[in-house]
Design a protein around this ligand. Structure first.
Ligand SMILES: [Zn+2]
Length: 438
């Protein structure tokens, strides 16, 4: 992208004045950011760091995960397969100060390893994050191969170019270098805001921008709550802000939180119960898991009670409509021996029948269906099936028992129903007549 704005032009021209990443920095990276590897090939160990090879003393040795090279003293990680080539890619960062900007230079380093050869290295600066005193950041980066699966497959022959402001939301921006070159240079505002040279596992550009523009981050670093800081900046936990009162209580009492997910969940519960978030005993309990679980259970009970209360109101409301629609059928009951079929007269019966026979007659609001009449079939006064009859055709749409299956009384129920459909028809007529009269 061609620099357009004044700040873009300034950064691009300042960038040209930066010295290339020094040889000694690259040398440091080669020693410090990579693993050392060994392979077992044709009964011999090969150190991929110094090309030394030797015969193992015992078979046992060959099963170890790490082994020491007697020539370079390297602690070698044993590669599981006898691979001809081995490649490792890592990032490191060099910090610079230039024109009042904090600069975070990100270098991508390759280490190519091969049996009986010295490893070959390749280093390329792939990004420069330029951060001003207000914590605003602009990035220069190489281009990437857009057809690649990986978001960081750099085009190494492309130039460092200024990227749009939105680069900050790209995953490339958040690449966290494995190590930062020692004795980093930092602008004085950063030191004033709490930076003392450590990164706590946070990418420098992420830590710096936060320290410069976010007072939450500044407070966390200054009070030594670096686990909170990591959680806040790396897990993007906005709940830190929501729970700031509780965080402050932790800071005041120097409490350490181990499981942040659980703790944040727990603080939300405390807020739900309107508990005092200034109380350290409340906010940092010793048995976090236990208190958390207890509160979850308590909340569940309260919500269930609330739900039943709401349900009751809903039922009362629905009952009015149901009576209006189906009152003319109320009182209809057909019986033979121990079997009886009656019209459901209250919405509450739908709830009970649904619960008892474990089907959806209540959940799916059958009591609202204008063109259906719902009846309950009972054997020895216990509900066994629920029947849906279409209105006005009197077709039997459904006749189901427990979990929507038929009961042992299914045939008799249908027989009894068919014998009495005329009674339902009669009640329908009545309604028509009433309407005609009106
Ligand atoms: Zn070696």
């Amino acid at each position: 992208m061609i620099p357009k704005t004044a700040i873009e032009k300034e950064i691009v021209s300042l960038s040209e004045t930066l010295a290339p990443v020094a040889q000694k920095m690259q040398g440091w990276a080669e020693k410090n950011i990579f693993l050392k590897w060994g392979v077992l090939s044709r009964g011999k160990f090969h150190c991929l760091d110094c090309a030394h090879s030797w015969k193992p003393d015992a078979m046992k040795e060959s099963c170890q995960r790490y082994i020491n090279c007697s020539s370079c003293n390297g602690k070698l990680k044993m590669h599981q397969y006898n691979q001809a080539h081995l490649k490792e890619i890592e990032y490191f960062a060099v910090l610079d100060v230039c024109g009042g900007f904090q600069v975070v230079r990100i270098i991508c380093s390759h280490k190519d390893m091969k049996k009986n050869c010295m490893p070959a290295y390749f280093h390329k600066e792939v990004m420069q994050h330029w951060i001003n005193e207000k914590g605003e950041v602009r990035t220069l980066s190489l281009g990437t191969n857009v057809f690649s699966q990986a978001y960081d497959s750099w085009k190494y022959y492309s130039p460092l170019e200024i990227r749009p402001k939105t680069f900050e939301i790209s995953p490339k921006y958040r690449i966290n270098p494995y190590k930062v070159y020692p004795s980093p240079k930092a602008i004085s505002v950063l030191k004033r805001n709490g930076f003392k040279g450590s990164f706590y596992g946070i990418a420098p550009q992420v830590l710096f921008t936060a320290l410069l523009k976010d007072s939450y981050a500044e407070t966390l670093i200054k009070t030594g709550q670096t686990d909170f800081l990591y959680h806040y900046l790396v897990s993007h936990s906005q709940r830190i802000r929501e729970n700031w009162q509780a965080v402050k209580t932790c800071i005041r009492n120097n409490c350490k939180v181990k499981d942040f997910g659980l703790w944040e969940d727990y603080i939300s519960l405390l807020r739900w119960f309107k508990k005092d978030l200034n109380n350290p005993i409340m906010v940092c309990p010793e048995n976090l898991e236990e208190v958390h679980d207890r509160l979850v259970e308590k909340k569940r009970l309260i919500q269930r009670r609330q739900h039943i209360k709401e349900l009751r109101q809903e039922i009362q409301q629905a009952q009015i409509g149901y009576e209006e629609q189906k009152k003319q059928f109320f009182g209809l009951e057909f019986t033979r021996e121990n079997l009886s079929i009656c019209v459901m007269e209250s919405v509450h019966d739908f709830l009970e029948q649904g619960d008892m026979l474990r089907h959806c007659v209540f959940a799916n609001e059958y009591y609202k269906k204008r063109n259906s009449l719902i009846l309950s079939a009972k054997f020895e006064n216990k509900p066994v099936e629920t029947i849906e009859v279409a209105l006005p055709s009197l077709e039997i749409l459904q006749c189901r028992g427990d979990k929507n299956k038929v009961s042992p009384h299914h045939k008799q129920i249908l027989k009894l129903l068919h014998q009495n459909l005329y009674q339902i028809k009669k009640r329908m007529k009545n309604k028509k007549e009433q309407r005609a009269e009106n």
